[in-house]
Design a protein around this ligand. Sequence first.
Ligand code: ASN
Ligand code: ZN
Length: 331
Amino acid sequence: DEIKTQKGVGLGVHGAHRELHISKVKQPNSGTQFALADYSHENLEGIFTFDSKNDGTTSNDTLYTGNSASFKSDYDRAAVDAHYNSEKVYDYYLNEHGRNSLDDEGMAIVSYVHYGQNYNNAFWNGAWMTYGDGDGEFMTSLSAGLDVAAHEMTHGVISKTANLVYRGQPGALNESIADIFGALVDDSDWEIGEDIMAPAAKEDGLTRLRSMSDPNSVKVTNEQRAAYATDERKVYPDHMDEFYNMPNSVDNGGVHINSSITNHAAYLIGKEIGREALGKIFYRALTVYLTPTSNFSDARVAVVQSATDLYGEDSAETAAVNAGFDAVGIY
Ligand code: ASN
Ligand code: ZN
């Protein structure tokens, strides 16, 4: 096949006009097709978006293609956002941290959209991202969230760096770092998942999945509350006094729950020193100091050391890091 890099356009899940890097594929037998395959970045294998076709299997999945360079059907929208947001996250890691893709060696960035049916989640499976369409009541297509894409892709970065085990405190740190970079890439707020909540959910006060600024304030569904086996207390803690000791059978020991404690510390630090410095410090902690079994106290040591390396022991940045961890009770 003859493959040529070219520009495409599309509509995102919420109607935004998106400019895309795609490919024109000329096949000897089936004519010309346009694929969500982006070969435009130097030293990057590519950014590829696949169609999982809502059929519950992966055996049928194919590269997302169309007959023109314009991807504007309703069905296209989830793919357009996955493709567009993947490039945004790639650019963030490259421009902010000099990191060339998830492994820093230009590995392909692969996403699958239209996974399952009414699937209210997205995940990194160790090799690529997968996005559900949401059920339309609780969530919309999950690829609509730049913070969601950045969260999932950061799981990829983590797996190639500190490789924090996905359980207990190291697992909560893994989740928290995915949220922190999710918020930093999606550079407007400290909320996670605000762009993937369905209108009906928003009417019920379910306006985001997690909040770094005010974890306690997040409203959850009865199903979420039941799944996490938490009581009428706040679901998401913002201090070690509220740390949940959960069995590993429940959310791997509450990795999506206790992550809010370090999320809140990061928010407090970011509020003082700005998002860019926060990103630099946490990126250094992730890639230089954290290890697979790091707990919350180890994370404090790692982040303080990173701030010290970058800005000095007596800097405002290092002081802010210490104050942030103090405020959430991590020593
Ligand atoms: N969306 C979730 C996450 O990335 C999926 C999971 O539970 N692993 O954390
Ligand atoms: Zn996660």
